[in-house]
Design a protein around this ligand. Structure first.
Ligand SMILES: *[C@@H]1O[C@H](CO)[C@@H](O)[C@H](O)[C@H]1NC(C)=O
Ligand SMILES: *[C@@H]1O[C@H](CO)[C@@H](O)[C@H](O)[C@H]1NC(C)=O
Ligand SMILES: *[C@@H]1O[C@H](CO)[C@@H](O)[C@H](O)[C@H]1NC(C)=O
Ligand SMILES: *[C@@H]1O[C@H](CO)[C@@H](O)[C@H](O)[C@H]1NC(C)=O
Ligand SMILES: *[C@@H]1O[C@H](CO)[C@@H](O)[C@H](O)[C@H]1NC(C)=O
Ligand SMILES: *[C@@H]1O[C@H](CO)[C@@H](O)[C@H](O)[C@H]1NC(C)=O
Ligand SMILES: *[C@@H]1O[C@H](CO)[C@@H](O)[C@H](O)[C@H]1NC(C)=O
Length: 348
């Protein structure tokens, strides 16, 4: 067994004995996931991780926000939450709703999974038209949150967050209630990336440029997710009725379940941060790649570049920590995708 995971297993088994008490006093870290689930399967892996760690008491998944228009997105997200016993977690979906499915006219070998998952597993959400729009759910969660308590994990487009930022008291609400914004997007120290530039570069520009400067932002870039290939032999590890497994099989096709790990890595960092690993007695697989500066958008297509500025110390981009192999991290993610909801333990 891989070293990192076996350490995680050992420590977490010990840790979970005391977790209920810790949970009751300090509360688990409140997380919101904002996802473009549909065009890539790694959002399914990310939602699995959020649900597994929620059930372990390592986070409190407050809501899932959908930032793409296909009504299948919210239904697929509801399947994952329902599979893990969390069908009551609110899901909000951007309007207008469409019946779009994924067609791979870039690589010509990937396939649609969201509609198939939506209609072949039980789900608490009957219809996407029953969901709230994300901007109103964001606002009500922000309004009722304690100061400095919410971590927002953005693993898709930035249109929902731009809309919140665009309301009159949006910046003040974010400034007082958000603990950290964690974004899968961009390339570091500079480049062009899909989540930033493909769908809504204007919203990307708004969020990256206008996010209140007193709220920390951590970015996970194209280059890091590209280098961690997870899901290997998922069929050997996951329950055969897992919707995560089915999605990875449908999306990849040709008997492969391998996929780059942009969204799952971002979600893992969003929940555990760097300190969450050390409080579990573990070495963090991540480290910050910079100490100073901030992200900037450099063109209308939302290309980005890091600006070195010693007066800004609360923006970072992530890289793997020294001595941590991409293989060990990929294996940790695969184990989380494969997690059986019936299992009482946190990992494995
Ligand atoms: C910790 O809190 C979360 C979120 O409220 C909950 O879902 C989970 O069951 C709790 N875990 C334990 C071990 O009590
Ligand atoms: C989506 O498909 C449903 C049937 O499944 C249909 O009732 C509805 O009108 C369609 N919506 C759009 C926007 O095409
Ligand atoms: C909501 O969706 C359901 C099921 O797809 C459909 O029957 C219903 O007409 C929709 N309602 C509205 C207001 O679109
Ligand atoms: C922000 O508000 C302005 C003015 O109300 C509007 O024109 C613009 O489309 C909004 N942008 C977003 C991202 O909601
Ligand atoms: C690790 O990185 C190497 C070099 O980029 C790559 O060839 C390999 O597929 C990666 N392995 C995993 C498991 O991510
Ligand atoms: C984005 O715009 C920049 C500057 O105009 C250009 O150099 C770059 O090639 C563009 N990237 C893409 C992917 O279109
Ligand atoms: C910013 O600082 C880093 C680390 O010192 C350096 O490698 C990089 O070239 C600098 N970038 C710019 C745009 O000056």
């Amino acid at each position: 067994m891989d070293t990192l995971l076996s350490v995680l297993l050992l420590v977490s088994t010990h840790f979970l004995g005391t977790q209920a008490a810790a949970n009751a006093t300090s509360g688990a870290k409140a997380i919101i996931i904002d996802t473009d689930i549909k065009d890539d399967v790694d959002d399914m892996g990310a939602l699995a991780i959020a649900n597994v760690l929620h059930n372990c008491g390592l986070c409190d998944l407050k809501a899932v926000m959908i930032d793409t228009h296909s009504h299948y997105g919210a239904l697929a997200a509801s399947v994952v939450n329902t599979y893990y016993g969390n069908g009551d977690i609110p899901i909000a979906a951007i309007r207008p709703l469409t019946n779009e499915t994924f067609f791979d006219d870039a690589m010509w070998y990937r396939s649609e999974y969201a509609s198939k998952v939506a209609y072949n597993w039980p789900r608490a959400l009957e219809s996407t038209n029953r969901t709230q729009p994300p901007s109103s759910l964001y606002r009500s969660l922000l309004q009722s949150a304690d100061d400095d308590s919410l971590t927002i994990v953005s693993i898709g487009f930035l249109n929902n967050l731009a809309a919140v930022l665009n309301t009159t008291d949006g910046p003040d609400l974010i400034s007082s209630k958000v603990h950290e914004l964690v974004i899968m997007g961009g390339q570091y120290p500079s480049g062009w990336e899909f989540n930033f530039g493909y769908f809504d570069p204007a919203s990307t520009t708004k969020v990256v440029t206008d996010w209140p400067r007193d709220v920390p932002i951590t970015y996970l870039g194209f280059e890091l997710g590209l280098n961690v290939i997870s899901g290997d032999k998922l069929r050997d590890h996951a329950p055969s009725d897992s919707p995560i497994l089915a999605a990875y099989e449908w999306y990849n096709g040709r008997c492969s379940t391998l996929r780059e790990s942009w969204d799952p890595l971002t979600t893992l960092y969003g929940i555990l941060g760097l300190d969450g690993f050390s409080s579990l007695g573990l070495k963090s697989p991540f480290t910050y790649a910079n100490t100073i500066g901030y992200n900037s958008i450099t063109s209308p297509n939302a290309s980005n570049a890091w600006v070195n500025d010693s007066s800004v110390t609360n923006q970072h981009w992530l890289k793997l920590a020294d001595g941590v192999s991409n293989t060990s991290v990929a294996w940790m993610l695969t184990q989380l995708y494969a997690h059986d909801p019936i299992s009482q333990s946190c990992f494995g």
